[in-house]
Design a protein around this ligand. Structure first.
Ligand code: ATP
Ligand code: BTN
Length: 245
């Protein structure tokens, strides 16, 4: 695994930086970090508010031999890794929301953006992006259109972002290795313990359509398990959002 870490003061997006380097200028495990992003992205092209010197914006390049079909689990693998790191350093139990969000007490702390390149059935290029709020400056707080929190509000001593990034990289490598050798099955218990909606009523939003049901966790492919009228159906990611009811 490559151990290169590119650190930038400012960049458009750490995901874009690595995407531009596919296929020949990037190695598996390579990381890009920035102090600020001019065009930080969330899912579906939404903006990720990325002020200078406050948070963590990082991306890692990864490669999946099994192709795109295995990529669905990657955002959950990553969310588990970030929660491992936060638990290890600060003894805080965060909550995970399928497929890509990290919460503390029901409020968003961090988001994950996985971007893929490649043909179906062939090995695919993956960019794993993590945006984690550490200490939100007050002048940007109002740009965020939903409730948010930052890690420093839950930790007494000042947070060392270098230490945190280093531990996240380690935890991410461990989880990715586990994913490659044992698959998602080995992580289902951990996910279910941390799933913010486990066994709770939820609303699934797909465009204009809303579906009510009960969250029964995820399956070995990383699909959400939604129970409706006594039947459990897998929901395979894409343009869907999950909300509590
Ligand atoms: P979904 O359930 O569909 O993932 P979401 O509301 O979490 O819904 P995302 O696209 O995952 O949406 O995340 C982008 C949203 O996150 C933006 O619409 C914005 O409201 C919010 N956001 C942007 N920057 C930050 C930040 N630094 N911290 C917390 N939230 C942010
Ligand atoms: C989301 O919740 O929608 C995902 C947010 C992901 C933000 C991170 S910050 C580092 C990387 N670069 C980006 O442009 N986005 C991700």
């Amino acid at each position: 695994l490559d151990t290169k870490v590119d650190v930038h003061f400012t960049i458009d997006s750490t995901n874009s930086y690595l995407l531009r380097r596919i296929p020949n200028q990037v190695k598996v495990g390579q990381v890009c970090i920035a102090e600020s992003q001019q065009a930080g992205r969330g899912r579906r092209g939404r903006q990720w508010v990325s002020p200078f010197g406050s948070h963590i914006y990082m991306s890692m390049y990864w490669h999946l031999e099994q192709g795109m079909s295995a990529a669905m689990g990657l955002s959950m693998v990553t969310a588990l890794a970030v929660s491992d790191a936060i638990h290890c350093l600060y003894n805080i139990d965060v909550e995970l929301k399928w497929p890509n969000d990290i919460y503390i007490n029901g409020v968003k702390l961090a988001g994950i953006l996985i971007e893929l390149e490649g043909q179906a059935m062939e090995p695919c290029h993956c960019i794993i992006g993590i945006g984690l709020n550490v200490k939100m400056p007050m002048d940007v707080a109002e740009d965020i259109t939903q409730p948010w929190t930052d890690l420093q509000s839950h930790v007494k001593e000042p947070i060392d972002r270098n230490e945190l990034v280093a531990v996240i990289i380690n935890c991410l490598r461990n989880r990715l290795r586990q994913h490659a050798t044992e698959g998602m099955n080995a992580m289902l218990n951990d996910w279910h313990q941390r799933d913010v909606f486990m066994n709770k009523p939820v609303k699934l939003i797909t465009g204009e359509k809303q579906t009510l049901g009960t969250c029964r966790g995820i399956n070995s492919q990383g699909a959400l398990l939604l129970e409706q009228d006594g039947q459990i159906k897998p929901i395979y990611g894409g343009e869907v959002s999950l909300r509590g009811v």
